[in-house]
Design a binder for this molecule. Structure first.
Ligand code: BES
Ligand code: ZN
Ligand code: ZN
Length: 511
């Protein structure tokens, strides 16, 4: 695991393969950076004086020092215009700088990047965001490689220069480390191929994992789900139920003085072939990602536990099954009765995420009596048509709640965009012969909204938020502007919900 630490050594004792130095486009060295400069024989200012490095955002310059010196190299990191420099800029530059340092063979780094003025952010916010972005960028998934392992460059030690190591800085670092661990867990689980994360295997892993981490965990096996009447969930499992029976994993973190409950439901399709409505190969290619929601809700409850957040009890559900054709698989126009008694006509077997979530949303609302109910799901391909890859689709039944979540999205860089969810859309999900159907009647229209409209039939009165992370949870082809999101799973959602919980605890959110 990558380690984040504060370094409060005095300047003459500092040691690092590479030190990251922030430089705005005014090329002025300030504060700690100026002090550092005098300890590296003014090589930073001498270089800047040559005017070859302009400090524009994205520019970088590596300066190598004597191999005998404690600091072996410095990377000048251009941050651009100081008057527009915000937390997201800091994240992006930190991520790219860390990757550059690794590419230059540094095995550890010491960063001063957070010692700059950042719009609308405290020094602790800057420290946390910068540390986390560097850690996220340096993630690698090499568990399946057996050859040339010695050629893989690894940088596993990030130190942040913090001479005074204040309580706020320590707290920010601790939070970055906890978030990083959760994000890495989400990424590892999602990036794991589906042959190694069948529902029974994954449930077993999570049980062991929870035990190690002091979380309580219950696994409801298929027979139990059948008794409870989760026929919508089990309909998706029908194609593979003998070999890989469905599992509902319930994880709970219950701090002593919690006053409220947050329930999180995660779509956990360990592989989505589409079922009888089989996907074409390109569409199926990345479908190991279809349990990202389940991994995310595990990551969130783990981070809450690591940070010992006190305000809320958190219950996370991982709704695990494959969606695979077989002689027993559900067929188009089959009708099933969900946990809440509503009947569902299954028009399309590839719209399976909403079927598995429906039962568990209703179950959790009834049995956990949460104050808030969130679900995370790679629900629709349509969300990338609507929003591209930069915003998660957000829908729900409570505008004040959604506004609070938008704020957390803005703060953490895990942007969300609210889509409308009015009665018109809900009406489109009514079936001619059952209560509801699982796809809308106008092909190709408003797919993301209709997915949420379907889910709305399974939440009665609890303030509810649905996160469609189909376009933000996984990047086969990662975005060059956000290098903290590496190839494969991104881990979005973890930072956002932890920020929202922190705001709730401080009573700053609108609801
Ligand atoms: N798991 C997919 C959605 C998806 C697509 C996630 C691409 C990530 C990338 C989901 O189960 C699905 O197949 N949805 C269908 C719904 C349609 C049949 C109404 C879709 O998006 O095409
Ligand atoms: Zn599907
Ligand atoms: Zn799916």
């Amino acid at each position: 695991m990558l380690k984040l630490e504060l370094d409060h050594s005095s300047l003459d004792r500092l040691q690092a393969d590479c030190v990251l130095v922030p430089v705005f486009n005014d090329l002025k060295l300030q504060g700690h950076v100026q002090a550092l400069d005098s300890h590296v024989w003014n090589q930073l200012s001498n270089h800047l004086d040559k005017k070859v490095f302009d400090g524009e955002a994205g520019s970088m310059r590596l300066l190598s020092f004597s191999p005998k010196s404690g600091i072996k190299s410095a990377l000048l990191v251009g941050l651009g215009d100081p008057s527009v420099f915000n937390l997201e800029s800091l994240r992006r530059q930190s991520a790219s700088a860390a990757l550059s340092a690794r590419a230059s063979n540094a095995r550890n780094l010491l960063s001063l990047l957070h010692h700059v003025r950042v719009l609308h952010a405290s020094p602790a916010d800057a420290l946390e965001a910068s540390a986390l972005a560097m850690g996220m960028a340096l993630y690698q998934f090499n568990h399946y490689k057996t050859q040339n392992l010695d050629k893989i460059k690894s940088l596993n030690e990030i130190r942040l220069f913090e001479p005074h190591a204040s309580d706020a800085a320590k707290k920010a670092l601790k939070q970055a480390q906890a978030l990083l661990e959760s994000i890495f867990l989400v990424r590892d689980l999602v990036n794991t191929p589906s042959n190694n994360k069948t529902p029974p295997e994954l449930a077993k892993f999570v049980q062991g994992f929870c035990k190690k981490n002091g979380l309580s965990c219950t696994v409801l096996p298929k027979a139990r789900l059948a008794k409870l009447g989760m026929n919508s969930f089990l309909a998706v499992n029908a194609g593979s139920s003998t070999k890989n029976p469905a599992q509902l994993v319930r994880i709970e973190y219950a701090p002593k003085h919690a006053k409220k409950t947050l329930s999180l439901v995660g779509k956990g399709i360990t592989f989505d072939t589409g079922g009888i409505n089989l996907k074409p190969w390109e569409g199926m290619l990345t479908m190991k990602l279809d349990m990202t929601g389940a991994a995310t809700v595990l990551g969130i409850v783990l981070a809450a536990k690591k940070l010992e957040l006190q305000g809320m009890r958190i219950v996370s559900y991982m709704v695990l099954t494959e969606n695979i054709p077989g002689p027993d698989a559900i067929r188009p126009q089959d009708i099933v009765t969900a946990y809440n008694g509503k009947t569902i006509e299954v028009i399309h077997t590839d719209a399976e995420g909403r079927l598995v979530l429906a039962d568990v949303l209703a179950y959790s609302e009834k049995n956990d009596r949460p104050d808030y109910l969130f679900d995370f799901a790679t629900l629709t391909g349509a969300v990338s048509v609507a929003l591209g890859r930069h915003f998660t689709g957000l829908l729900g039944n409570d505008d004040a709640l959604l506004a609070g979540l938008e704020q957390s999205g803005q703060k953490t860089g895990e942007w969300v965009w609210k889509l409308p969810l009015t009665e018109e859309y809900k009406d489109q999900m009514k079936s001619p012969i059952a209560d509801v159907m699982n796809i809308g009647k106008y092909k190709g229209e408003g797919g993301t909204i209709l997915g949420a409209a379907f889910l709305s039939y399974f939440v009665e009165k609890t303030p509810w938020a649905h996160f469609d992370i189909a376009a933000t949870g996984f990047f086969n082809d990662p975005d060059p502007t956000r290098t903290y999101w590496t190839r494969g799973a991104s881990g979005v959602g973890v930072q956002l919900v932890i920020d929202w919980l922190n705001r709730q605890a401080m009573g700053r959110a609108p609801r």
